[in-house]
Design a protein around this ligand. Structure first.
Ligand SMILES: [Zn+2]
Length: 204
């Protein structure tokens, strides 16, 4: 990626190229499931998830430190413009295993210093930053099938990237709905918080 610039206090805000899933992962129109039958992208989420996604680190404590908040919608700067954090930051130990939050097809990319694992699930597309992929995922020519709970990688140390001692190590989790991706005009990120199982409190 050449057009992805880091924010002042974190992550590139552009999602980067998304590989479209195989037809077996296309959303269906049947049923009253989450995601594709839910509210439009900018409407606050109101339907409860039908099947909670696994917390990728196991730590339920959302990142909050003097470098910023990791909550959905927290203030960010991007290219000198005010923006919002369209993700949730989940605390992590450096090099701890990261678990697939959902079933799907996984691939990885490196965008500058950011190591990213992406999972194309049935109803949602997840993009997780600061995860060094497993050799299996990194070495794959395309996407490989993963199950919820599989180890997909290990947390990067954020200090060498940001040089900010007070920034707590975390992963950055983005969630997208397919119809929004397909529109092309909006990436349609949604708040992952209601979808992710609560984890244990992280002691600092
Ligand atoms: Zn983040």
């Amino acid at each position: 990626m050449t057009n992805t610039k880091p924010e002042r206090n974190g992550e590139p805000s552009a999602p980067g190229p998304l590989s479209f899933p195989n037809s077996q992962f296309e959303p269906t129109t049947a049923g009253a499931g989450i995601g594709h039958n839910g509210p439009p992208p900018d409407t606050p989420f109101s339907n409860p998830p039908t099947d909670a996604y696994l917390n990728p680190t196991g730590f339920g404590t959302e990142r909050s430190d003097s470098e910023g908040s990791g909550a959905w919608g927290a203030d960010r700067m991007y290219d000198g413009e005010k923006d919002k954090h369209k993700a949730v930051d989940i605390l992590s130990e450096v090099d701890q295993p990261i678990y697939a939050p959902l079933d799907g097809r996984a691939s990885s990319t490196l965008e500058g210093d950011y190591s990213i694992v992406r999972i194309a699930g049935k109803e949602h597309f997840a993009r997780i930053l600061y995860v060094k992929p497993t050799e299996e995922i990194a070495g794959a020519k395309g996407e490989i099938t993963v199950k919820k709970g599989d180890v997909i990688g290990f947390t990067q140390d954020l200090y060498p990237i940001y040089k900010k001692e007070k920034m707590k190590n975390h992963i950055h989790l983005e969630l997208y709905r397919y119809p929004d991706i397909k529109k092309g005009t909006s990436w349609g990120p949604i708040d992952p918080t209601p979808y992710i199982e609560p984890g244990v409190e992280k002691n600092e």
